[in-house]
Design a protein around this ligand. Structure first.
Ligand SMILES: [Zn+2]
Length: 276
């Protein structure tokens, strides 16, 4: 089965000593595409460095909701300046986190808005994190409101993106009607090991109806280890566990589904530089 990891932070310090071996294990497991998202100034620099050292990797640049209040205007300007780099295929990770609220919500909203504006201006899709506290959906509802207010789904975004998704809901979490609403806006949805956690049961229904062209999988390494992966540090090779879950939930042939993941990845994140 061909695999992609549409979201893994191998730019995190925890991979500094052995990132080459981690990527080699991913390759051997069938992972053909890897996207490394930055979340603040330092991790953006490291994502770009890794994409330079390992040309098969893709990078994305942006500011995570957890860091919204920590990245100042100069930091943002520096990050935004890297968005047109050939190694950069997306903007983020950004979004809203109404669960942990490591940055105050007004700062999260300001941060999300400027990341979305950068996605529109560069025609590179936004990668969106969205979480609410257990049993709640205020984060998801706020994100939908922000996407609509930014004009996602209107002619201005269609002019930039054509029929490509303008954003990816990464590490999907939320109710079924929220998934329907983001699909109605033309977005892609990516599933991680989060689907195995309690409270995330709707994901099994959602993965059943996401169109193959907009269906992605990821690990969100080093976080969200699926069953069988070391809880201390998830790695891209473990994306195969979530891929098998998706095949089962969709009643899909794994080989066909794997081809679909690679096609959806390449369609969502077109590359400026040739693939090695
Ligand atoms: Zn992430």
């Amino acid at each position: 089965m061909r695999l992609v990891d549409s979201h893994c932070h191998v730019n995190a310090d925890r991979f500094d000593t052995d990132v080459g071996e981690v990527l080699e294990r991913a390759r051997k497991a069938g992972v053909e595409r890897v996207l490394v998202p930055g979340w603040n100034v330092r991790s953006v620099e490291r994502a770009l460095e890794l994409a330079g050292e390992h040309p098969w990797l893709d990078a994305s640049v942006g500011v995570h909701p957890h860091d919204a209040a920590k990245v100042d205007d100069a930091g943002w300007t520096g990050i935004a300046a890297t968005a047109r780099d050939d190694a950069v295929v997306a903007i983020g990770e950004t979004g809203l986190d109404y669960d942990r609220v490591f940055s105050p919500i007004p700062e999260q909203l300001t941060n999300l808005r400027r990341n979305l504006a950068l996605a529109h201006d560069t025609a590179k899709p936004a990668i969106l994190h969205c979480r609410s506290a257990a049993g709640r959906r205020d984060g998801q509802d706020a994100l939908l409101g922000e996407l609509r207010a930014a004009g996602v789904g209107t002619a201005s975004w269609a002019a930039a993106f054509g029929d490509r998704p303008a954003a990816v809901i990464h590490s999907f979490s939320g109710p079924v009607d929220y998934a329907q609403a983001v699909l109605d806006l033309g977005l892609a949805i990516s599933f991680s090991g989060l689907v195995f956690r309690r409270g995330e049961e709707p994901s099994r229904d959602v993965v059943g109806f996401v169109p193959a062209a907009r269906l992605l999988i990821e690990t969100d390494s080093p976080f969200l280890a699926p069953p069988g992966a070391p809880r201390s540090r998830n790695e891209p090779e473990w994306v195969r566990v979530t891929a098998a879950w998706a095949a089962d939930a969709r009643g899909a042939d794994p080989v066909t589904l794997g081809d679909g993941f690679v096609e959806a990845y390449d369609r969502t994140f077109p590359r400026a530089r040739p693939r090695p």
